[in-house]
Design a protein. Structure first.
Length: 165
């Protein structure tokens, strides 16, 4: 069986800056000997979904703006940096960056958390299109969409560090 500290060290960042999810998953006995993507993802998602609305909002707020100030300052987590670079968000023109900044600001003002999307397999145009569509959602609908995207990001991160079965 993996030690608690090892589990948290390995999986505490799967949900952005939210190690409490891995801590609770371990402490609640959700983790067994067979650590694979499906099992660990199910355990972490169960904890995330059982968290209070305020805690889930905190997880959403822990995510950086896409192509935002943290990216410009080089202060993203390694996972976020790789994910955003993979979608070309580190190579935006001045006009594209301005559009992302405008959308980020409007989105956070409307919803109270940053726009979150699992960027793997998407390019900047796909992301902008989703941004422009989702900004018209209700807060409840967007909270649900953002939490589903956080769970997808967690799955993609787990797939990078664990075997599938």
């Amino acid at each position: 069986m993996i030690a608690r500290d090892d589990f948290i060290s390995r999986f505490g960042g799967v949900f952005e800056h939210s190690p409490f999810i891995a801590e609770r998953a371990f402490d609640d006995g959700f983790v067994g000997d067979n650590l694979n993507v499906d099992r660990v993802h199910a355990a972490l998602v169960a904890i995330f979904r059982a968290a209070s609305a305020e805690e889930r909002l905190g997880v959403l707020r822990a995510h950086p703006d896409l192509a935002g100030r943290l990216a410009v300052a080089g202060e993203l987590t390694e996972d976020s940096k790789k994910e955003q670079a993979g979608a070309g968000l580190d190579r935006l023109s001045a006009e594209e960056h301005a559009r992302f900044t405008t959308l980020n600001n409007a989105y956070v003002e409307k919803f109270g958390f940053p726009f979150i999307i699992a960027v793997k397999g998407l390019d900047k145009d796909d992301i902008l299109k989703a941004f422009e569509t989702r900004i018209d959602n209700s807060r409840d609908a967007e909270f649900e969409t953002a939490t589903a995207q956080v769970e997808r990001i967690a799955l993609l991160r787990l797939q990078a560090i664990l075997p599938q079965h």
